[in-house]
Design a protein. Structure first.
Length: 151
């Protein structure tokens, strides 16, 4: 019994590992339809992403983790056409160390992406506080969600 010689096989090209794409998150502030006199308004929020977050996050819930390289864009104007933000102060606190990262006037930062860097690894609280105007009435607002940054 004779066997046929086998053809030499071509070496396969190594496959390049695919780099996961970073997510571009949009953090939309959702102001209420009514202002209560002499009360500070806690603002709701909705987080969406590109690529899309599956399943979509419920209102007032942050993603489980933000990766280094992801971006986060705060916005409010499309969802709240009758709202004008008059002042906005953003402070970020590290939950474990109470380290304060920033304390800045945030009005000009809306609709501009913030890139998550390795400085944000860990658990942080965004504290956003300010004044707004809705249909001629003025009020104060705040928002303080917690987020986790990771590699």
């Amino acid at each position: 019994m004779t066997t046929k010689p086998t053809k030499p096989t071509k070496p396969t090209k190594p496959t390049k590992p695919t780099k996961p794409k970073n997510t571009q998150y949009t953090f939309t502030l959702l102001f209420p339809d009514a202002i209560k006199a002499s009360q500070v308004t806690k603002v709701d929020f909705q987080v969406t992403g590109t690529p899309a977050i599956k399943p979509p996050l419920p209102q007032n819930q942050m993603p489980a983790i933000f990766s280094v390289g992801d971006t986060l864009t705060f916005t409010y104007q499309k969802a709240n056409p009758d709202v004008t933000i008059k002042s906005s102060l953003l402070t970020q606190y590290n939950v474990k160390t109470s380290e304060k990262e920033t304390d800045e006037d945030f009005r000009c930062q809306f609709d501009k992406p913030i890139t998550i860097t390795d400085e944000f690894i860990g658990s942080w609280i965004f504290h956003l506080l300010g004044l707004y105007k809705y249909k001629g009435k003025r009020a104060a607002y705040y928002l303080d969600p917690e987020f986790t940054g990771g590699p």
